[in-house]
Design a protein around this ligand. Structure first.
Ligand SMILES: Cc1cc2nc3c(=O)[nH]c(=O)nc-3n(C[C@H](O)[C@H](O)[C@H](O)COP(=O)(O)O)c2cc1C
Length: 344
């Protein structure tokens, strides 16, 4: 069996990377090593290739610092918040951990320019970006030594951004919570791994060590989770929001906004129902956008009937509220237990 793999295996650059990564994990295990080393952990100076996704109004200093402290990379989400708020969260996170914490930028934020000033002044080490193409800002960020990791949901955007000089990409499948693309994680990640030289981080539908191991086998060198971290003790979202995530089963999420060109995955509730009815009735996109404005913030405060309770399909896999350290520990130990037995 092993001989036939050696004789007939034709490595592509990504499958070769996957094999060497898996061999590294196995060797690390046999040496009793604690960290999982990939190009992502090297790039970011973290112990485990686990990133907490930026989540507008939700990913605050408390959550981000806890994830970094536990060996992953915590991210403060700037969302639509003003620069002063972002600065205060960065400083709060620095009181809670000495490890690196990143910031997620929403490129359509009305406060983007002031937030950009803040991240440069505060010397934020890592930026992730959602909703759009950060290409025009890259020269300034690279000059400042910032690691830039955009979220992408297509191969073509990922390739454009690689040419522009990003350090890695987060490939996000449509299983994810919040704003989504059209491709699934299962098919997007191997394509990105095949087509890119920079490391790929997988997001969308990953909630436990099985998902993490699967993503690594698909060619990812790290994972980003949002939905699972919604139910972290340190996550400041309202208890009613966490309850809805815990109660979710398969088919508990729907996608609102497909007709506006801004599809968003949310948990089913009266707001989502009404939104879908308005879409089915042919309501113009501007009216729908107005109808949806402020709804995530409302849900975060606890209005889980009229708010937009964004969460991914993986909500069905989230079973309890627990500290971030425990979440990371279980992801790592499950992933470790699975990889050596995967047959590679
Ligand atoms: C409530 C919520 C809010 C989100 N807000 C943002 C955001 O502001 N910026 C961003 O880049 N991604 C955002 N995302 C996506 C996450 O960062 C992450 O990529 C995604 O949750 C991963 O998929 P999962 O939900 O299956 O774990 C959000 C996701 C959720 C669940």
């Amino acid at each position: 069996m092993i001989l036939s793999i050696i004789l007939f295996y034709k490595p592509t650059s990504s499958s070769w990377r996957t094999l060497t990564f898996l061999a590294g994990v196995v060797l690390g295990l046999s040496k009793g090593g604690r960290t999982i080393k990939t190009r992502v952990t090297e790039l970011l100076g973290i112990e485990y290739p686990i990133i907490q996704g930026g989540m507008a109004w939700i990913a605050t200093a408390e959550l981000a610092a806890a994830v970094s402290e536990a060996g992953g990379l915590g991210i403060i989400a700037a969302g639509n918040a003003p620069g002063d708020w972002v600065r205060a969260e960065i400083r709060k996170a620095r009181e809670l951990t000495t490890k690196p914490v990143g910031v997620n930028l929403m490129l359509l934020s009305p406060h983007l320019e002031e937030v950009l000033k803040v991240v440069l002044e505060e010397k934020v080490p890592v930026l992730t970006t959602g909703a759009g193409n950060p290409g025009k800002y890259l020269p300034v960020w690279k000059e400042a030594g910032i690691k830039v990791i955009p979220v992408v949901n297509s191969v073509s955007l990922a390739q454009r951004l690689e040419r522009a000089g990003v350090d890695a990409v987060i490939g996000e499948g449509m299983e994810a919570g919040g704003h989504i693309g059209t491709e699934t994680t299962m098919v997007l990640i191997p394509q990105l791994a095949d087509k890119l030289e920079v490391p790929v981080i997988a997001a969308g539908g990953i909630a436990d060590g099985r998902g993490m191991a699967a993503a690594m086998i698909l060619g990812a060198e790290g994972v980003q989770l949002g939905t699972r971290f919604l139910c972290a003790e340190e996550c400041q979202v309202a208890p009613a929001y966490k309850e809805m995530v815990l109660k979710a089963k398969d088919r508990s999420t729907v996608v609102t906004g497909s007709s506006t060109g801004h599809p968003v995955r949310v948990l089913k509730n009266p707001f989502a129902q009404q939104f879908l009815e308005l879409e089915a009735a042919g309501t113009p996109p501007e009216e729908l956008d107005k109808f949806g404005t402020g709804r995530l913030a409302a849900a975060v405060r606890g209005d889980v009937k009229e708010g937009s309770v964004m969460a991914g399909q993986s909500a069905a896999l989230v079973e309890r509220i627990e500290p971030v350290a425990k979440i990371i520990e279980s992801l790592v130990s499950e992933c470790r237990a699975l990889l050596p037995s995967s047959g590679f």
